[in-house]
Ligand binder design. Structure first.
Ligand code: 13P
Length: 253
C-alpha cells in the first residue's frame, strides 16, 4: 500500500524566516529534484509574511510553498488573521492546520481544526492536518486512543488524498531531538491508516501520513522506511538547505 503513495517531504518554518532566508530556500528548491531523485514531492510552509516571495523564489522548481495556519472564514472582522483564500492568492498550494503549537498556543480544538481543514479546501488548497499525543498521554498509554479521537474530530468526512495529508507529530518529539522507535512509529501509523480507512473508506487508503518530530538527515532513512510513513513534516531541519536536502535524499533510492 505504502509503495504506491508518492511521498511528501514537507518543511514547517514556524515563526522563522526573513527576506534574508530566501537564499536558503532557493538552494533547497534548486537541489530538491536531484536530492530526492524525483521520487518525492517537496514543500516548504513559511510564515504568511514570506509566502508570496517564497513562491517567487521557487518558481520553476519542484518545490511548492504552503502556509502554516489559516482562519476558518473567508473574510471578515478578524484582525491579524489570514484566510485560506489569501494564502491561495499568494500562490501557495498547502496549509498546515491543527499543529500542536496552534492547539497549545491558541487553544485550537479538533472541531476548530476540522473547520480550518474545510476552509483550506474552500480556498482550493491541500490541508495538512496534524495530530499527535503529548508526553503525559503517551506515559498513560493513551496514544492510540488520542490519535483515534483526533482523527474523528479533526479530519472532515470528505478528506481524500487530493485534498488532505495527515501528519503524525508526537508533541514530545517536536524540537526535542527525541523520536519514537521505528516500532512505535509503525504502530501509530498503522493505527492512523486503519482509522482513516474506517472513516473515509477507500479514500483513507491513499491519504499520505507524514511523520514529524525531530526528523533529521541522520534518522530519516530509518523513520521514512517504516510502513505507512509517506513522508516527513520537518521543523528545525527544514531551515537549512543541507539538512532538508539530506532528508530528501532518503528517497533517491
Ligand atoms: P522539529 O522537526 O523541529 O522537531 O519540528 C517538527 C514540527 O513541529 C514540524 O511541524
Amino acid at each position: 500500500m505504502t509503495a504506491s503513495i508518492r511521498p511528501l517531504v514537507a518543511g514547517n518554518w514556524k515563526m522563522n524566516g526573513l527576506s534574508s532566508d530566501l537564499a536558503e530556500l532557493k538552494e533547497m528548491a534548486a537541489g530538491f529534484e536531484d536530492a530526492s531523485g524525483g521520487a518525492a514531492d517537496g514543500l516548504i510552509c513559511t510564515p504568511a509574511t514570506l509566502i508570496e516571495r517564497a513562491v517567487r523564489a521557487v518558481d520553476g522548481t519542484a518545490l511548492a510553498i504552503g502556509g502554516e495556519d489559516c482562519h476558518a472564514n473567508e473574510t471578515g472582522a478578524h484582525t491579524g488573521d489570514v484566510s485560506a483564500e489569501m494564502i491561495a492568492d499568494c500562490g501557495a498550494s498547502h496549509v498546515i492546520v491543527g499543529h500542536s503549537e496552534r492547539r497549545t498556543d491558541h487553544a485550537e480544538t479538533d472541531e476548530m481544526v476540522a473547520e480550518k481543514a474545510k476552509a483550506v479546501w474552500r480556498g482550493g488548497l491541500v490541508a495538512i492536518i496534524c495530530i499527535g499525543e503529548t508526553e503525559a498521554q503517551r506515559k498513560a498509554n493513551e496514544t492510540l486512543d488520542v490519535l483515534a479521537q483526533q482523527i474523528a474530530g479533526s479530519v472532515p468526512d470528505s478528506a481524500n488524498a487530493e485534498n488532505s495529508v495527515v501528519a503524525y507529530e508526537p508533541v514530545w518529539a517536536i524540537g526535542t531531538g527525541l523520536t519514537p522507535t521505528a516500532n512505535d512509529v509503525a504502530e501509530a501509523h498503522a493505527h492512523i491508516r486503519e482509522r482513516l480507512i474506517e472513516r473515509l473508506g477507500d479514500n483513507g487508503k491513499t491519504v499520505r501520513i507524514l511523520y514529524g518530530g525531530s526528523v533529521k538527515p541522520s534518522n530519516a532513512d530509518e523513520l521514512m522506511a517504516v510502513e505507512n510513513v509517506n513522508g516527513a513534516l520537518i521543523g528545525g531541519a527544514s531551515l537549512k538547505a543541507a539538512d532538508f536536502l539530506g532528508i530528501a535524499k532518503t528517497y533517491r533510492g
